[in-house]
Ligand binder design. Structure first.
Ligand SMILES: C[S@@+](CC[C@H](N)C(=O)[O-])C[C@H]1O[C@@H](n2cnc3c(N)ncnc32)[C@H](O)[C@@H]1O
Length: 280
């Protein structure tokens, strides 16, 4: 069997299972199996693959057919400027979250040393990307999930950031350590009843703990804002990622907890997805 025929079989199975990115995914999975990059595959379609590799390829095609995201199959995902290890216990880093990194870098341009807290750190992608950009910032990441904290710690070691960051397994409600200049969070914000409408890749594979925002989608956001009001320094910044339809509600909660709204930011699809606020 050559690479071309194997790809054609894999591609067909992915199409039958409604995988939109079938062509790309069939090539990526082949690159994983034979441990070469995509360019090699495209330039070597007539190269033979052995039976063991074809069997392995079929297994991965089957996993992808069932909706398992490519990031979980590879165990890693690129975010901002680096690769982060991921597994099915942590949310896959999203390009939309990079908007927060970009904005934070912009608004902290003249700040050298800030003490940063991330609530719901997940894989660590957000906090660690920021620490890489801002050499004198110090970070604390908390998450209710011990798997997230474990993985964030490994990602921090892989990026040589372990001396500048601390992680704690903690529910946001129980965390009372330190005072922060900047608090960031991408909390779970999907309404419980809407979870069933998510793509099968998301709802069947990504952790509900990272997605479920309770009955009105705002339950975690409320807790994050309330706790931030206590942990943040005066004039400190709170930057939140929100769902496309939560801007007005979240603004109200922020104001009620003593925050001034600086601005909201839109994602690539022009939806309001991030709120920047200051503790007054
Ligand atoms: C949407 S994910 C964000 C992960 C990561 N920050 C990112 O942007 O990719 C939300 C995270 O909040 C964590 N979380 C959920 N409820 C929490 C709580 N009550 N206290 C602390 N963390 C919580 C979840 O485990 C999950 O890792």
């Amino acid at each position: 069997m050559n690479i071309r025929s194997a790809l054609s079989i894999g591609n067909k199975i992915l199409i039958q299972n409604d995988i939109i990115s079938h062509k790309l995914d069939s090539e990526l999975l082949m690159s994983k199996v034979i441990n070469k990059n995509r360019e090699f595959i495209i330039l070597n379609l007539d190269k033979k693959i052995n039976e063991k590799n074809f069997h392995k390829y079929n297994q991965l095609i089957n996993e992808r057919s069932q909706g398992k995201p490519i990031a979980y199959i590879f165990g890693k995902k690129y975010f901002w400027r680096n690769e982060f290890l991921v597994n099915e216990k942590v949310l896959i880093p999203r390009p939309d979250t990079e908007i927060l990194v970009e904005e934070i870098i912009k608004i902290t341009k003249n700040k050298e040393k800030l003490n940063v807290l991330e609530i719901g750190v997940g894989s660590g992608c957000l906090l660690l990307s920021l620490l890489i950009e801002k050499k004198y910032f110090k970070g604390t990441g908390i998450d209710i999930s011990k798997n997230c904290v474990r993985l964030s710690r490994i990602n921090s070691q892989n990026l040589n950031l372990e001396k500048r960051v601390k992680f704690f397994i903690s529910d946001v409600d129980n965390f009372n350590l330190g005072k922060y200049d900047l608090i960031i969070s991408n909390p779970p914000y999907i309404k419980k009843l809407d979870l069933k409408y998510l793509d099968k890749d998301v709802k069947n594979f990504e952790p509900m703990l990272a997605l479920n925002g309770g009955i009105d989608g705002l339950s975690a956001i409320r807790r994050v804002i309330k706790k931030s009001g206590k942990l943040i320094k005066k004039n400190g910044l709170l930057i939140l990622e929100i769902s496309f339809n939560q801007k007005n509600e979240v603004k109200k909660i922020l104001k009620k907890n003593g925050f001034y709204i600086n601005k909201t930011l839109k994602d690539f699809a022009k939806n309001d997805r991030c709120i920047v606020s200051t503790k007054i």
